[in-house]
Design a protein. Structure first.
Length: 580
């Protein structure tokens, strides 16, 4: 007979609030999330699209409709744009074209998600396990990546955590029954989640509720959620913008976002992101690191103790949604991010319980083999500090030895600690090594690999030549980051359009990919232009996975007739000479 959740209590009911632990977690988050926030250039394509659409809201004052240049961006709801607009307005004007103010909502969302993970884990498993699970969540590579990007997913994670923490109070009850605070938090989180990324937050809560209710054959615990009142509140909060965008676009937003984006992803692999089931499992050793080293063993142990309400809640959160995401044809790594906190809590629970002798130890040969194999992740991350500068510029940077040596040493030390049954110490070593390796990678190594940042190189060069009010068109290179860095007036076009743009705007510049160079020159000649090459840029377009050569042209009559050589950066420290 399964114990009714209404009568069950957490293993260790949370005591008084300890602000010091929350401050400690905030500091841990800053260690993982801040390096690179200010130095990484805009990342294509989603981040640059979000940032540019937000910039256009600030430029036009239209905070209902979403546009990327002249194209309606009817895919994601409005909340992330509002948050980014507020951040950009407070921390830096749109004219400066700095990307970091647009990343602040993601940074704050990630920090809030970690704090909520601690709050949940403290109630379900006790303070020690909750703290350990929150640190594992903060150090997961996928969350670190999303905290650095001006996209929806870190903020979405915070709404999911807020909803699930509230839901857990109705399912795993302590002596004090959940009150209006839990009810309000649950439904407000659902409304904000819908305004951030549509149905994801309600979907995860519904799957959790359905799984728990089916397993327990009990719906009584749901009475406190008050579905009728809650749904009415959700409609009140989410409908004003929904009505406004429906009227402003004559229904096109819902037709394109639901029919063209959401249903297409569910029905088939969209935008070359279709993968078979098992994709997220194969990706987990990297994306969930360092918790991934014991994720499989922890889930297996959780299944054996699933009668415990705290464990059952985490399984009901992660398992059905994971299966659903694996079955959906369109797959992107961040889709399963909302499922990582319960997995991290289960890993923390397994480690702490084994260390304290409350369950069997993690000493089987299979677990040891899996743990050792996963150490390859930190080794590869450390070696990346040496490999990336070499690929980007064919040069060796001695400073890269520090992360490389750290990664190798940490893998060896963590494995040794694990084999000696010091499970907490072994995991702490992996967490600390992740911070020590990622900080220089994100702050200096990756931003310094100019070969990866074509748009940034072009923008820096043309602003030095023509000033901040430069007018540029691009043919053959269509990355949104170029538009964000150089302004909304930047035009992405074809060779004929580039020649026409120069004719209509004599002071403008044209950026032309090597494959369209001859066609552009023919079009320019046909229009009576005398174009002059003023620079070139070589680099790697990671969005397409190909090397590119871009040439910069100006109208000779207005760009000047002086016959000078112009040197443009190519792959970092290497230089090329372009002769006029």
């Amino acid at each position: 007979m399964i114990e009714s959740p209404a009568q069950s209590t957490p293993p260790q009911v949370a005591g008084r609030l300890r602000p010091g632990l929350y401050l400690f977690l905030v500091l841990i988050c800053l260690v993982f999330f801040v390096p690179g926030i200010f130095t990484l250039p805009p990342v294509d394509r989603d981040e640059a699209r979000f940032a540019q659409a937000t910039t256009q809201m600030l430029e036009t004052g239209d905070f209902v409709r979403i546009y990327f240049q002249d194209e309606a961006r009817n895919k994601k709801p409005i909340a992330i744009y509002w948050l980014q607009a507020a951040s950009a307005a407070l921390l830096g004007s749109a004219q400066h074209r700095n990307i970091w103010p647009y990343r602040i909502p993601s940074l704050l969302g990630a920090i809030l998600a970690v704090l909520l993970t601690f709050s949940l884990g403290k109630r379900l498993f006790g303070e020690r396990t909750g703290l350990f699970g929150a640190v594992l969540t903060a150090s997961s590579l996928l969350l670190i990546m999303e905290a650095h990007l001006a996209t929806t997913d870190a903020v979405l994670l915070a709404t999911v955590l807020a909803a699930q923490v509230s839901l857990s109070r109705f399912y795993v009850r302590d002596k004090a029954p959940p009150g209006n605070g839990a009810f309000l938090t649950f439904w407000v989180a659902q409304a904000i989640g819908i305004l951030v990324k549509g149905p994801v937050t309600p979907l995860i809560s519904l799957l959790t509720i359905g799984c728990l209710s089916a397993a327990d054959r009990d719906l009584g615990w749901l009475r406190g959620i008050r579905p009728v009142r809650g749904l009415a509140m959700l409609v009140v909060l989410a409908s004003p913008w929904a009505i406004a965008i429906g009227l402003a676009t004559k229904g096109a937003f819902f037709q394109q976002s639901l029919g063209g984006d959401f249903l297409t992803k569910v029905a088939s692999g969209m935008e070359s992101h279709g993968f078979p089931p098992g994709y997220y499992v194969l990706l987990m050793p990297l994306a969930l690191w360092p918790a991934s080293a014991l994720a499989g063993a922890s889930v297996f142990r959780a299944w054996k103790t699933r009668s415990a309400p705290s464990v059952r809640f985490c399984l009901a959160w992660a398992a059905p949604a994971w299966i659903l995401f694996e079955l959906v044809p369109t797959k992107l790594p961040h889709y399963v991010l909302p499922l990582y906190p319960p997995l991290c809590l289960l890993v923390a629970h397994a480690i702490v319980s084994s260390e304290e002798g409350r369950t069997e130890e993690l000493g089987s040969r299979l677990i040891k083999t899996g743990y050792t194999a996963c150490q390859l992740v930190i080794i590869l991350l450390g070696l990346a500090a040496l490999v990336i500068p070499w690929i980007a510029g064919n040069h060796f940077k001695p400073a890269g030895l520090i992360p490389a040596v750290t990664g190798i040493a940490a893998a060896a030390l963590s494995t040794w600690k694990f084999f000696r049954r010091r499970y907490i110490q072994a995991t702490v070593v992996s967490i600390a090594a992740t911070a020590l390796v990622l900080a220089p990678l994100l702050q200096w190594v990756i931003p310094g690999a100019d070969w990866l940042w074509l748009s940034n190189n072009v923008a820096s060069a043309v602003k030095q030549t023509a000033g901040d009010n430069v007018l540029l068109c691009s043919s053959g290179y269509y990355e949104p980051s170029l538009v964000f860095l150089l302004g909304t007036r930047t035009r992405l076009t074809n060779p004929g359009g580039a020649a026409l743009f120069l004719k209509n705007n004599p002071e403008a510049l044209a950026l032309v990919a090597a494959g369209e160079d001859e066609a552009f020159k023919r079009e320019a000649t046909d229009k009576g232009l005398h174009v002059r090459q003023t620079g070139a840029f070589r680099g790697f377009n990671y969005s397409k996975g190909q090397k590119m050569l871009l040439r910069l042209y100006g109208n000779r009559q207005d760009a000047g007739t002086e016959e000078t050589d112009r040197t443009i950066s190519d792959c970092g420290d290497r230089k090329i000479q372009i002769h006029d």
